[in-house]
Design a protein around this ligand. Structure first.
Ligand SMILES: [Zn+2]
Length: 157
């Protein structure tokens, strides 16, 4: 599993200044406009659709990482999330679903999916705001990978 720190290629204890520098460097390399410019230089006949998709997602991930880690409260929440995952390191990903497939509890602001053990996977709005995409079962050690797209609005670095 790649963390926000991995996407920015920084250490988990990186300072805000280090994060910012790393983000700016990573953006320069992966910004869709830059990738497109590079693409134009590639000889005709080369298919690179798959690569484009990969690079666009990578850019989104890097942007998301920065949006979370730059805000101290969000970074703290994200660090707690990583600690929870680590504390339960024997957990295995049981399934991979899209967020739309989960049931949304509007009162609790939480997405829920029953686990086969009788417990349930839960992902709160707050988890989504920090880019968390692994839901832990409340009862057993299974995990659910939840896919969704983030706000891909481009930042001004
Ligand atoms: Zn379970």
């Amino acid at each position: 599993m790649y963390t926000h720190y991995d996407y920015l290629q920084v250490a988990p204890d990186a300072s805000l200044a280090e994060l910012k520098r790393a983000y700016q460097q990573r953006v320069l390399r992966t910004h869709p406009d830059k990738v497109q410019q590079r693409g134009q230089a590639i000889p005709l006949g080369t298919t690179e659709t798959k690569q484009d998709t990969g690079e666009a997602e990578l850019f989104q991930r890097i942007h998301l990482a920065w949006q979370v880690l730059r805000v101290p409260e969000k970074r703290r929440d994200y660090d707690i999330y990583l600690q929870e995952l680590e504390a339960q390191s024997h957990g295995v990903i049981h399934d991979e679903v899209h967020l739309d497939e989960l049931t949304y509890d509007a009162e609790e602001h939480i997405y829920i999916q029953p686990c086969r053990c009788g417990g349930e996977y839960a992902l709160a709005d707050q988890d989504i705001s920090i880019g968390a995409d692994i839901a832990l079962c409340s009862n057993c050690s299974l995990r659910l990978k939840v896919n969704y797209t983030w706000d891909s609005e481009l930042p001004t670095p």
